[in-house]
Design a protein around this ligand. Structure first.
Ligand code: FES
Length: 142
């Protein structure tokens, strides 16, 4: 069975959504609900925020279910940060933004780009990466 992929664009940037990969972190609709609203059809409104805001939010998707590409890569919008950034999600994973190379427990190496979610709760079945298990486990970091 092929994976479902949906695309939404504002002409500048296209958001790609792969629902099968979603771990329901809820970050997209709690942080940028004017664009990502599961109650609406379609659930993504590309006209409700700037391209920069949409890219910033999509970059926080811990599962990779949301990704984006610029429609015109020769003239990318300004203000897109390329610095490596690390963010602790309350009661959730550690997000590392940027291109990284992860050496796994067995010595294998894996290249990751954009954003990678690392498990902090210890419940992931895909360590060291977050698989959304922290939600079912009721993980609290306080
Ligand atoms: S933090 Fe998400 S599975 Fe552990």
């Amino acid at each position: 069975m092929s994976e479902i992929t949906k695309k939404y664009t504002n002409g500048e940037v296209t958001v790609v959504w792969k629902p099968d990969q979603c771990i329901h972190s809820r970050l997209c609709w709690t942080q940028l609900g004017e664009v990502f609203n599961p109650r609406n059809r379609p659930w993504v409104n590309m006209e409700a925020a700037s391209t920069e805001k949409i890219i910033d939010q999509v970059s926080k998707c811990p599962s990779g279910a949301l990704s984006y590409y610029l429609n015109n890569t020769e003239n990318p919008p300004e203000n897109i940060s390329t610095e490596t950034r690390i963010e602790v999600i309350p009661n959730g994973p550690l997000l590392v933004y940027g291109n990284i190379n992860v050496q796994l427990r067995d010595g294998a190496k894996e290249n990751r780009s954009k954003v990678t979610a690392f498990c902090r709760c210890g419940q992931s079945k895909n360590k060291p990466f977050c698989d959304g298990s922290h939600i079912g486990a009721g993980f609290e970091d306080v």
